[in-house]
Design a protein around this ligand. Structure first.
Ligand code: GDP
Ligand code: IMO
Ligand code: MG
Length: 428
């Protein structure tokens, strides 16, 4: 079972970090293929909580080689802060590999992200403010700075000049900010070179060889399907391909090396930032899910918007990603709700639809159509096999499976590494 992709099936924060970590040392490589430190993955091991942003969740498992692929945008200050914080807690980060082709998030990207959002006003995206969008924009505009550029000061200076040329006009004349000098950027970036050098690799070649040996490689997606720049709720998305296809372009591994696609979905839905969210709850039920699920952002601390499980979204994700296995997380959070609504379709301008509307206006107008499933009151947090779950919780999982377009292979019943019910081995 060598090539496995793991992606978020909703709007992020589904528990991808925990799902990756739970696979543990049965995986040889964990490769991040998109996004950057906009991600926030909380992993709990033996009562210890780790918040990962830029580093792949596999870093917590000894023996796993963590890789940052070419599709990631790297903020070097954050990279070393995160490594230092984990090292201080006894986590060995020395095996980390970073693609020479990954793009750098420079100080001007962070500034433009923040002032750009302010400028958008009511039309803002609600970004994490980490410079993600502007860094990807430079990549597409062919004025980005890549990891490999740091190793030749002459080239680095040229690239930074090219990147700053238009931006300084924008910063000074439009945004009323101070100009950023080439020298200050080059100086900051060069300060990381000595530490970075030993990690930099042709990671595409490394992964090609690993797969050739029969090693198990897990491609860990950041963000999620509905935040994908092509397939999400554009423009309220992130700026990368968070869907399974991104694992290929974001690492240099071909599609025929992928054997399995794991989708991670919460037993309800959350979203951070702006944009449509058909099953969103504005009443006390939303508040209840937020409190019971601890739904506050790992990266920005923002309260997450909460809503009921949306099977239209799940089916769409199953289709776009080719999901073979779903991991349904946070089932424990639904304990104690008498009748649990599950969205099975939308009503859009009087029509009933079962597929995600292709028109963004229709998504904004979609009114969820609910079926009500019987709830349970028993504590599920110590369940480890399906039969440990109370009968109503079993029926909930089976009903959601029937509606979601993929089998549910694992069910999360708590934040700890072990708190998972396994129905089908994700690596078997
Ligand atoms: P990610 O970005 O997809 O990795 O998800 P986050 O880490 O941002 O958010 C998921 C949150 O839910 C984290 O705080 C996890 O510790 C927690 N979590 C994951 N799975 C479960 C579960 O099955 N039950 C409960 N109660 N919490 C979980
Ligand atoms: P993980 O990997 C949830 C959201 C932001 C904003 C939009 C664009 O933890 O699931 P960006 O800074 O990427 O330009 O912001 O995307 N967003 C996330 N929401 N989980 C994430 O990551 C997210 N990464 C970005 O809130 O709406
Ligand atoms: Mg998260």
């Amino acid at each position: 079972m060598p090539g496995i992709v793991l992606v978020g099936a909703q709007w992020g924060d589904e528990g991808k970090g925990k799902a990756t970590d739970a696979l543990g040392a049965r995986v040889d490589y964990v490769v991040k293929f998109n996004g950057g430190n906009n991600a926030g993955h909380t992993v709990v091991v033996g009562g210890e909580q780790y918040a990962l942003h830029l580093l792949p969740a596999g870093i917590l498992t000894p023996g796993v080689t963590p890789v940052i692929g070419n599709g990631v945008v790297v903020d070097l200050a954050v990279l070393f802060e995160e490594i230092d914080a984990l090292t201080a807690r006894g986590v060995d980060c020395s095996a980390l590999q970073v693609s020479a082709n990954a793009h750098i998030i420079a100080p001007y990207h962070r500034v433009i992200d923040k002032v750009g959002e302010r400028f958008l006003g009511k039309r803002r995206i609600g970004t994490t403010g980490r410079g993600i969008g502007p860094a990807y924009a430079d990549k597409m505009n062919r004025v980005g700075v890549r990891v490999q550029d740091l190793f030749d000061e002459h080239i680095l200076r040229q690239k930074v000049e090219g990147a700053l040329d238009q931006k300084n006009h924008l910063l000074v004349k439009v945004y009323n900010r101070r100009a950023i000098t080439v020298d200050e950027v080059v100086e900051e970036l060069l300060s990381y070179v000595d530490r970075l050098a030993p990690m930099v690799r042709d990671t595409a070649l490394e992964l090609h060889r690993a797969l050739g040996r029969g090693d198990t490689v897990l491609f860990e997606g950041g963000q999620a399907t509905l935040l994908d720049v092509d397939h999400g709720t554009y423009p309220f998305v992130t700026s990368s391909n968070a869907t399974a296809g991104g694992a290929c372009t974001g690492t240099g591994v071909p599609p025929n090396a992928i054997d399995r696609v794991i989708g991670v979905a919460k037993a309800y839905v959350t979203r951070v930032g702006e944009g449509p969210f058909p099953t969103e709850l504005h009443d006390e039920w939303g508040q209840r899910l937020r409190e019971a699920g601890g739904e506050y952002g790992t990266t920005t601390g923002r309260p997450r918007r909460c809503g009921w499980y949306d099977a239209v979204v799940a089916r769409y994700s199953a289709r776009i990603n080719g999901i073979t296995d779903l991991v349904l997380t946070k089932l424990d959070v639904l304990t104690g709700i008498e009748r649990i609504p599950v969205c099975v379709g939308y009503r859009v301008d009087g029509r009933l639809v079962e597929e995600m509307p292709f028109s963004q206006s229709d998504v904004h107008h979609a009114v969820p159509q609910y079926e009500y499933l019987e709830g349970w009151t028993e504590d599920v947090s110590s369940a480890r096999v399906f039969e440990d779950l109370p009968p109503a919780a079993q029926r909930y999982v089976l009903a959601v499976e029937e509606l979601s377009g993929a089998r549910i292979s694992a069910v999360g019943v708590g934040p700890e590494r072990e708190q998972t019910v396994v129905r089908h081995d994700l690596l078997g």
